[in-house]
Design a protein around this ligand. Structure first.
Ligand SMILES: Cc1cc2nc3c(=O)[nH]c(=O)nc-3n(C[C@H](O)[C@H](O)[C@H](O)COP(=O)(O)OP(=O)(O)OC[C@H]3O[C@@H](n4cnc5c(N)ncnc54)[C@H](O)[C@@H]3O)c2cc1C
Length: 550
């Protein structure tokens, strides 16, 4: 008999996930956990079985753009892949967006919804992208108080009925810049006699999920000043009642490294009808609720991709034999996977902590102090987890040897898709600068210190004490560095912003992981999170380079 290698298989992605289950046991009251568990078990099953198999079978399909019909009419028709069409239905039916708005469990509904998104994301090839923007658009419209648009769109964005479900795009980036959106050139011309209806003229350079029914976008009303303040936030519907694009031309779909199922398009807006969402200025500020939600989704997706890679790698280690034993018995292979597990586990706790704060902010239960913490931790979490997703995915591929580099194993896509996490929704540098802005004027660094102190002050296990010391010392180093850099001037602060923000991110991750580890030790007699915390503490937590004066 010839040798045959058994492939990796993910299994029920909820039932097998020690980290998610222990976390939910800690933060959810027992009756809430009982109530949500069925939905998580079912989505975990789908994600590890039918959806995963369908994902592998759909691997070579990509969205297509047909610009002209046979008779010379411009149609700009985008066809999604079968996996994405199925993902849309499953997302709606399982409430992957809706759960956050139904609020069956108050602020904890956001945690429940993020757990669903975390289970759903890795088997649907970044269908999380349109869902994130849909969720962000619902939040932004609800926060805007624009009752007409709320009544028109929000019920569609948060429905569980797939036939009624709409997704939303977010069209910000132009050729002039995705980071510096204040340079946007799209112009808004007001319809005569109507103060809220406009026509948009311009070119949008990256518009993901162009198949969405609506989009929130930025444009400059005629006569407004340059810069971000002069932009306004607009709502538009992509198609008219006959299904024709509303004066929108799709120039092409981008040919990307990853996220290849996502139809990311370049568009011309040739007088596209649009409604003001709020006032006719301050669009960048008014779209912030959307970005906060998409950044949360980015973090949840980053940890979800890490988790999927590890689930496959751990399963494969049982099945692959080398030098007389399964890889799962090789100390060095186990050590390698344990390092990845520690990164993923630490990232998980930061992403879900931001979900907790977001939930409290949405229900109005958040204190001023925690609101400052949320403002600070949203960019910190997004930039830290994005980087971790890329490095973990790269090692995951190596843990399969050559198979990790071969397309039809379905593994390389993990790395390609992870690579977008640090780029979109604000690059690492842009978010590092945003972290500095979050520190201005408020007391958020103090709030962060209180949080990490509360996580580590009651550590009783001696084998967590060293890790707790790393938390204190790296936080102290970060704050000392900031004070010294501020004395040295703005150049020094900016130049070190990435190292500073990543240090904050990794420090708070370690603190949150220690809190969970202590809990699991006491309540579950489980030392696996302790092992992850100890290992993570010995990775590079403090990334600050003190030679900034040079
Ligand atoms: C797959 C994909 C899908 C996307 N989908 C969408 C979408 O649906 N809607 C949308 O609006 N956009 C979308 N984008 C665009 C994305 O948000 C932008 O690419 C991103 O924000 C960066 O903008 P940019 O490409 O113009 O790069 P730039 O802004 O030109 O940045 C180039 C580099 O300069 C750095 N940089 C910029 N400013 C500073 C600074 N002050 N200090 C230090 N470094 C700085 C950045 O970190 C980056 O490394 C998508 C991008 C990708 C890859």
């Amino acid at each position: 008999m010839q040798f045959q290698q058994a492939p990796p298989a993910p299994g029920n992605q909820y039932e097998d996930d020690r980290v998610l289950r222990a976390y939910l046991s800690r933060v959810l009251p027992k009756d809430v956990l009982r109530d949500v568990e069925e939905s998580l078990t079912e989505l975990g099953r789908l994600s590890g079985a039918e959806l995963y198999e369908f994902q592998l079978a759909d691997r070579l399909n990509e969205p297509t753009l047909t610009q002209w019909d046979a008779w010379g009419n411009r149609i700009d028709k985008v066809e999604l892949t079968p996996l994405w069409r199925l993902a849309e239905r499953i997302a709606a039916e399982h409430g992957v967006v809706a759960t956050a708005y139904e609020q069956r469990h108050g602020s904890l509904s956001r945690v429940h919804q993020c757990a669903l998104a975390y289970l759903f994301t890795p088997s649907t090839d970044i269908y999380s992208c349109p869902l994130a923007m849909t969720d962000g658009a619902a939040r932004t419209l609800l926060d805007s108080g624009n009752q007409k648009l709320i009544d028109r769109a929000v019920p569609h964005l948060i429905t569980r009925n797939p036939n009624e479900f709409w997704t939303a795009g977010q069209w910000m980036t132009e050729l002039t810049g995705g980071s510096d959106v204040g340079l946007s050139e799209t112009v808004a011309k007001q319809d005569p006699g109507d103060s809220t209806s406009f026509r948009l003229y311009g070119r949008k350079w990256f518009t993901s999920a162009v198949s969405s029914q609506i989009a929130l976008t930025l444009a400059r009303p005629e006569g407004n000043p340059p810069g971000g303040r002069g932009l306004a936030l607009f709502y538009l519907e992509t198609r008219d009642e006959h299904g024709r694009l509303n004066n929108i031309e799709i120039n092409r779909l981008k040919d990307k490294l990853g996220t290849r199922k996502v139809p990311t398009a370049e568009l011309n807006l040739n007088g596209t009808p649009a409604e003001l969402v709020k006032e006719s200025t301050d669009g960048v500020r008014n779209i912030a609720p959307l970005l906060n939600i998409t950044r949360l989704w980015n973090g949840i997706s980053a940890v979800a991709l890490m988790r999927r890679g590890l689930a496959l790698a751990e399963d494969y280690a049982q099945k692959r034999t080398a030098f007389g034993a399964p890889l799962s018995e090789k100390p060095l292979h186990l050590d390698t996977l344990a390092g990845l597990q520690a990164e993923a586990e630490a990232a998980f706790h930061l992403a879900f902590y931001v979900a907790e704060l977001t939930g409290r902010s949405e229900t109005g239960e958040i204190s001023d102090e925690d609101a400052q913490l949320l403002r600070l931790l949203t960019p910190v979490m997004k930039l830290t987890t994005g980087k971790q997703a890329v490095s973990v995915a790269s090692e995951v591929l190596e843990s399969f040897g050559g198979a990790g580099y071969v397309e039809d194993t379905g593994l390389p896509v993990l790395l390609r898709d992870a690579q977008v996490m640090p780029i979109w929704e604000g690059t690492t540098n842009v978010l590092a600068l945003d972290t500095l802005r979050a520190l201005r004027g408020g007391d958020s660094l103090k709030q962060l210190q209180l949080l990490i102190t509360s996580c580590v002050e009651n550590v009783s296990a001696p084998n967590l004490a060293d890790a707790a010391r790393v938390v204190r010392s790296s936080f102290d180093h970060a704050t000392t560095w900031l004070a010294e850099a501020e004395r040295a001037g703005q150049h020094a602060v900016e130049a070190g912003a990435r190292r500073f923000s990543l240090t904050l991110g990794r420090t708070v991750e370690l603190a949150l992981l220690i809190r969970q580890a202590q809990w699991s030790k006491e309540k579950e007699s489980d030392d696996r999170s302790t092992a992850s915390a100890r290992r993570f503490a010995h990775s590079a937590i403090d990334l600050i380079w003190t030679g900034f004066q040079d």
